[in-house]
Design a protein. Structure first.
Length: 576
């Protein structure tokens, strides 16, 4: 007969005893293995990566760290008194149980120790191609993040406690969240009902004054009595919706620029469909030229200021080179580049996605002539898997939490489709083969382009923590263009470093008036300024021409000879 004592859980002493037994057994096996590895050369040949001195030392370090964790678990009093180096802050393990409960503390320390040794092992690899090592590093980091004990219900104390508290309701809610994401083919990051374009996003008043098969042109209503004589046109990346620059009113770069007394135009790209199967990069360059010419004609001005963000900035560089080659460079008074690259030799981890296998996969999923935007969203999520994937697995699938409203993440999930031909050539010609930086290697509309001939005054902004367009890569632009330039290094990354209104009083930026050859030299002699770089940009823009005109007539959307096709934010931004 089974008695109550037969089914009683083991005591702490029992647990500690058997833990010691397992630890001692592992120690004995490793001692024997290490001794064999250190035997005479004739008995055991040296095999790199297996028993060479450096590998043996890493194995010894691994097991020494492992045994230290076991010892701390077995003797909590000694562990509490032992000096332990402070680990970097890791919000995955912020719950008290990860540090106060011996079992979960051991799980946490074991995971961090194994992760550290795995990543160090990749760094120690020698004799392999640098690009292959980058792929291994990326894969190892992704694996380490995926295997975190926080991602599994039975090894996460918060999930266990929540499951007991709610009697499993959190797991059912999480299952509902997960099935919904599987159904839509995309990970959810925010409350989908909290935001809507035209309701509380992209609200700056304006009119659609021009439309083509590729883009709509929006003219925003002035809010000042006078505006700069030279208008501004913004080219956002067609990989996402344009309203990253027109989020909620307090974050909107467009609204802020209008308030500074600028006639602002915005290009809103069409999300690709089967009708755009033959669209290539030349078409986007032609669209930028068309937008410039349309604005010049509508306002009867000789030139416009331009902004190109990310891939649209890369395209703007090609547009400037094309205009220079055709003797029409005077159409653009200045060019501002938000986190844009022209040299892709140091383009960061996106270079890992341009191998033959990845390109074949893109072809397979683009049979209708366009790439579903959800594939690109998944790629960008992988670049920050801990924050954009596993954080949501834990909070919304395991803990069953409701999604918090966040305008930036709503925009991030509002994907756009990409023309397949353009996307393939972009990955091969620019990322893989790096042709844009080579004078004459690429042609647009049959005209060879040479970026070294671009003399247009340029304001070049990079993000210090940008993982999509690394600051080093953006910096190359300063070494290629030959016109007057101002380089600004902003705090934060690809999005927050750009969308940083002065009212937020966040981050900082660095400037350096000296002519230097490297980003390191720029930083070494730079002056740091707290807050947004936007005021610095508007001062620079006014230096290109401070003349103003009355904000009447054609300066009002629909005034002059413009035909109003609809209200901002237009139709294309709402299209699937």
């Amino acid at each position: 007969m089974t008695t109550q004592s037969d089914t009683a859980p083991p005591s702490l002493e029992d647990l500690q005893h058997w833990t010691w037994v397992m630890g001692r057994a592992q120690q004995m096996m490793m001692e024997q293995g290490l001794q064999a590895m250190k035997g005479p050369a004739e008995a055991m040949p040296v095999i790199p990566g297996f028993n060479d001195p450096a590998t043996v030392q890493r194995v010894q370090d691994f097991w020494a760290d492992s045994l230290t964790i076991w010892q701390r678990f077995l003797d909590p009093a000694q562990a509490a008194s032992a000096p332990v180096a402070a680990a970097p802050a890791d919000k995955r393990f912020k719950a008290a149980e990860w540090h106060e409960n011996p079992v979960f503390d051991m799980i946490r320390q074991s995971y961090l120790m194994i992760a550290d040794h795995m990543l160090r092992g990749v760094e120690a690899l020698e004799g392999i191609d640098p690009k292959e090592k980058d792929r291994l590093r990326f894969a190892a980091r992704g694996f380490v993040d995926a295997m975190s004990p926080t991602n599994f219900a039975l090894t996460n104390p918060e999930v266990i406690a929540k499951t007991v508290e709610t009697r499993g309701a959190n797991l059912l809610k999480g299952m509902q969240n997960m099935m919904a994401d599987i159904g839509r083919g995309q990970l959810t990051h925010t409350d989908s009902t909290a935001f809507e374009v035209g309701r509380n996003l992209a609200m700056t008043p304006g009119k659609v004054v021009h439309r083509t098969a590729l883009y709509e042109l929006i003219h925003y209503a002035p809010t000042t009595k006078k505006v700069l004589a030279t208008p501004l046109v913004i080219f956002p990346p067609w990989i996402n919706r344009f309203y990253i620059l027109d989020l909620t009113p307090e974050k909107s770069f467009i609204r802020w620029a209008v308030e500074q007394g600028i006639s602002v135009f915005m290009v809103s790209w069409k999300s690709a469909d089967a009708s755009m199967k033959d669209v290539v990069w030349d078409d986007y360059v032609a669209a930028q030229v068309d937008a410039v010419d349309t604005i010049r004609d509508l306002l009867d001005v000789p030139a416009v200021h331009t902004i190109g963000y990310c891939v649209a900035g890369t395209t703007l560089a090609a547009t400037l080179a094309l205009l220079e080659a055709k003797g029409e460079a005077e159409k653009v008074a200045s060019a501002t580049f938000f986190t844009a690259q022209i040299d892709f030799s140091n383009a960061g981890e996106l270079n890992l996605f341009v191998g033959d296998e990845q390109l074949r996969l893109i072809e397979q999923v683009s049979k209708d002539g366009f790439l579903d935007g959800r594939y690109m969203a998944a790629t960008f999520n992988l670049l920050r898997g801990r924050d954009l994937i596993w954080n949501y697995v834990t909070n919304n699938y395991l803990l069953g939490k409701d999604y918090a409203p966040f305008d930036l993440l709503h925009w991030n999930g509002d994907t756009t489709n990409l023309p397949a031909k353009w996307h393939k050539s972009y990955l091969t010609d620019l990322y893989r083969d790096n042709l844009l930086i080579r004078p004459g290697a690429l042609s647009v509309a049959g005209v060879p382009i040479d970026l070294t001939r671009v003399k247009t005054p340029s304001y070049i902004q990079a993000g210090r923590e940008d993982h999509i367009a690394p600051a080093d890569s953006v910096w190359t632009m300063t070494q290629v263009f030959t016109g007057p330039m101002r380089f600004v290094l902003a705090g934060s990354g690809h999005i927050a470093g750009v969308v940083n209104p002065p009212s937020a009083v966040k981050y900082q930026y660095w400037t350096n008036p000296d002519t230097v050859a490297t980003l390191d030299a720029f930083v070494a002699g730079a002056t740091e300024t707290k807050g947004s770089w936007w005021p610095d940009w508007i001062d620079w823009l006014r230096e290109r021409g401070a003349a103003t005109v009355a904000a009447t007539g054609a300066r009002v959307p629909g005034g002059g000879k413009a035909t109003v096709l609809g209200e901002a934010p237009g139709e294309y931004v709402r299209a699937p």
